[in-house]
Design a protein around this ligand. Structure first.
Ligand code: GRF
Length: 203
């Protein structure tokens, strides 16, 4: 089952996916492509080291978001990518990208949605003063961080936490949770219900 990972930055989740595949924890899923919108992102080197093909583009070389998304979709189709895994991909998607992969595209977000959507979710949680936050994996729809929730895992916020210490705890959770969800998805055990709001899970 061919998957593409989209990432813009460090790529610790990309790395976790590749490592999980290597140790047999990704089930039927195979990381076939990295899509990246930042030519200097560290994640690109991770892909090269892992022998994963990359499609790197520069948004400003296109006249609109739809233009580069059309190109991404054709790159995905050319490689028969079945699932898209967003892992720190820092761009909003339009229906050009979302609709062809509705129910086949997931995202990971560093909070317990619907709390703290959007950017800087970890800082938002610290600023608010909540004592519990966490990680959410969800299907992607046309809103921002609004899609049907597949899995959530909590993380406690400690009194002396900084953005860095909390981020480390959260990343640790992400790196085990995300590959697990991807393997269930590739096995056909998780799917978006017809109402587009709920998730059907088969144990
Ligand atoms: C993760 O915290 C993820 O939840 C968020 O962006 C971050 C990406 O980190 N969407 P990395 O690039 O995978 O290291």
């Amino acid at each position: 089952v061919a998957i593409a990972v989209f990432a813009s930055g460090q790529g610790s989740n990309f790395q976790a996916m590749v490592d999980a595949q290597r140790s047999g924890l990704l089930g039927l899923a195979e990381v076939k492509l990295l899509v990246c919108d930042k030519p200097n992102a560290p994640v690109i080197e991770r892909a090269q080291r892992a022998g994963v093909e990359t499609f790197v583009f520069q948004p400003k070389q296109y006249s609109s978001r739809e233009q580069y998304e059309m190109e991404i979709v054709s790159e995905l189709q050319r490689r028969q990518i079945q699932y898209v895994v967003l892992a720190g991909y820092m761009r909003l998607l339009t229906p050009t990208m979302v609709n062809p992969y509705m129910g086949r595209m997931i995202n990971i977000h560093p909070s317990l949605l619907p709390a703290f959507p959007g950017k800087d979710a970890i800082e938002q949680a610290l600023d608010y003063g909540v004592k519990l936050t966490g990680v959410t994996v969800h299907f992607v729809d046309n809103g921002m961080d609004t899609g049907a929730i597949i899995a959530q895992q909590p993380a406690a916020i400690h009194p002396n936490d900084t953005a860095d210490t909390l981020a480390e705890r959260i990343h640790h959770i992400e790196q085990t949770l995300y590959p697990r969800v991807v393997s269930q998805l590739a096995a056909g055990k998780i799917r978006l219900a017809d109402d587009g709001r709920h998730v059907m899970v088969e144990q």
